[in-house]
Write a protein that binds this ligand. Structure first.
Ligand code: FES
Length: 162
């Protein structure tokens, strides 16, 4: 039964309560929180550590180790460029330079609400390098010209009324 005198649970604590189930791995819980919230609010670290019997440093360490996890909301258009070996051998660094020049943004830097550039390390498309994701869509054999068309389309789509 609810105690009316008790303070309401904060959103981060609610996220943890919903996802930190007994027997679940920390990685699985972090994925579930990010899937729901769009990122992992830093305020979830302490309740998550308590719920999973870990230290806050352990939880923070996992969040910051994996590039997939975000600690703040993603930009409306997020470009994730693979910079692992196969893609590097197929010109991803030159593509990254083109993308930065074209967008005026830098990879893995603080971003505004409209566009974010993130480095990732293998998207499972090594035979079709270089690979990238724009929001949730995977693209392969990306050239500078193909990127220009893709980013124009992605930005235009974000401006369409819902
Ligand atoms: S190395 Fe880029 S997709 Fe695997």
């Amino acid at each position: 039964m609810d105690n009316p005198a008790a303070p309401a649970a904060s959103a981060p604590e609610e996220l943890v309560r919903r996802h930190a189930k007994s027997g679940a791995s920390l990685i699985a819980v972090l994925h579930a929180i990010q899937d729901e919230a769009g990122f992992i609010p830093p305020e979830t670290v302490a309740p998550l550590a308590r719920a999973m019997n870990l230290s806050r440093a352990e939880v923070h360490g996992v969040i910051t180790y994996y590039h997939h996890f975000r600690t703040r909301p993603a930009a409306r258009v997020t470009v994730q460029l693979c910079r692992a070996e196969s893609c590097r051998s197929m010109g991803t660094e030159a593509l990254a330079q083109h993308i930065e020049a074209r967008t005026g943004c830098r990879f893995d830097a603080e971003h505004g609400p409209d566009l974010g550039l993130e480095s990732v390390y293998c998207l499972g498309q090594c035979a079709l390098s270089p690979a990238m994701m724009i929001n949730d869509t995977l693209y392969a054999k990306v050239t500078p010209q193909k990127f220009d068309a893709l980013i124009d389309a992605a930005c235009a789509k974000q401006k369409e009324p819902a």
